[in-house]
Design a binder for this molecule. Structure first.
Ligand SMILES: C[S@@+](CC[C@H](N)C(=O)[O-])C[C@H]1O[C@@H](n2cnc3c(N)ncnc32)[C@H](O)[C@@H]1O
Length: 233
């Protein structure tokens, strides 16, 4: 499992270029993956949403654009430079925009939130980075109200035929492109390793069940390289 101090410092280093790197490295597909996530969250019309490991806030902003303005959205992350980027985007959008989003510092392994706080919790490309996944999932379960929904958007294990091409991209191309964009190739070597080691849909569904969730459902996207897991407390 990743070392939290190294993860925090790594995201701190790449925070300024994080959005640009995402767009380039995914060929813009990350926008579509997050749109699918937001569409799934909308089905239940939650009033209070926590976006954990919010980073530069893309999911929080995408949720705010689609939900009524009285929906409360908390974007939480343990890396202050990433939260600073999110706050900057909110400021650039202008006073009076995104007033229902609050960005807060918090560790996913010990969330500074009361039990049964939210109706929905999203975590997008964040679960892979938690130092203790089982503990993080139990925390997410704790802060959701009974009947509330968890949404995990994360890299997954691709379909067998696509693996050689995908792993060639991850190992040989991505670190060089990312290094040129962010100036930090090492960060993206770490990214490859966490992607390659991350469980596939079935194994992750089991972990989510083990944390106390029921009705776990997973949808693969883009040849299975990304999956959206949904579960109910
Ligand atoms: C790959 S970024 C994802 C950002 C955003 N959710 C997105 O979709 O672009 C992963 C984020 O997880 C955060 N993170 C990692 N471990 C964390 C923890 N224990 N608590 C809170 N945030 C954490 C990092 O600081 C980073 O901002």
């Amino acid at each position: 499992m990743p070392d939290p101090i190294a993860v925090n410092s790594m995201f701190g280093r790449i925070a300024r270029r994080y959005d640009l790197a995402n767009r380039l490295l995914s060929g813009g597909m990350d926008l579509w993956w997050r749109r699918r996530l937001v569409g799934a969250v909308m089905r239940d019309a939650p009033q209070t949403i926590v976006d954990l490991a919010t980073g530069s806030g893309d999911v929080a902003f995408a949720l705010a654009r689609r939900f009524p303005p009285d929906t409360q959205i908390v974007g939480m992350d343990f890396c202050q430079p990433m939260l600073d980027e999110a706050e900057l985007k909110k400021t650039v959008a202008g006073a009076g925009c995104f007033t229902n989003i609050t960005f807060r510092h918090g560790d996913g392994l010990a969330l500074p939130l009361p039990a049964e706080y939210c109706d929905a919790l999203t975590i997008s490309f964040g679960l892979r980075n938690l130092a203790e996944r089982a503990r993080g999932l139990r925390e997410m379960h704790r802060v959701l109200r009974p009947g509330g929904r968890l949404f995990v958007l994360e890299f997954s294990q691709p379909q067998a035929w696509f693996r050689p091409l995908y792993f060639f991209y991850l190992r040989r191309i991505l670190p060089f492109v990312a290094g040129a964009v962010t100036g930090d190739r090492a960060a993206y070597v770490y990214l490859n390793e966490t992607i390659e080691q991350f469980p596939g849909k079935n194994a992750l569904s089991e972990e989510i069940r083990a944390a106390g969730f029921r009705s776990v459902n997973a949808i693969g996207m883009t040849f299975g390289i990304v999956a959206l897991h949904e579960a109910v407390k």
